[in-house]
Design a protein around this ligand. Structure first.
Ligand SMILES: [Fe+2]
Length: 139
């Protein structure tokens, strides 16, 4: 079965901060992989491993951003961290839906994850990109 690209990377998602862009691309890759594993009806251990990877990597990525916010006194740190926490909570609730023999995640879940990531990058993430730029901060 050929791979389906749920979230296709596009130039518009680049912040111009290499570490962040690389992490965003990796996150998108993990989301696409998870989608394909479910689509192909892969075994539980593979699917839950992929979901764990997505969660773990989201946390790593969010911590990277949050460390920059604190280091450079980003004024919207608290609001941005609240968005991250809400996302982690949402992934946790999706994991809870996959219990027992129920290995499915609805298409709505993927629509949510994809849209959240796209809107978050284009919205919240570009705000700190602009702030760093204005302040002459090179990350
Ligand atoms: Fe973020």
């Amino acid at each position: 079965m050929s791979e389906y690209i749920l979230f296709e990377w596009d130039e518009e998602f680049n912040t111009g901060i290499p570490e962040i862009d690389n992490q965003h691309k990796a996150l998108v890759g993990l989301l696409n992989s998870l989608f394909n594993l479910l689509r192909e009806g892969k075994a539980r251990n593979e699917v839950s491993e992929a979901l764990n990877q997505l969660t773990a990597y989201s946390e790593v990525h969010f911590k990277t951003e949050e460390a920059f916010f604190i280091q450079y006194s980003y004024p919207e740190t608290e609001t941005h961290i609240a968005c991250h926490n809400a996302f982690i909570d949402k992934i946790d609730s999706f994991r809870d839906q996959m219990t027992g023999s129920n290995l499915t995640l609805s298409i709505d879940v993927f629509k949510y994850l994809k849209l959240w990531l796209q809107e978050h990058i284009l919205g919240e993430d570009m705000k700190y990109r602009d702030y760093f730029k204005e302040q002459g901060i090179t990350v």
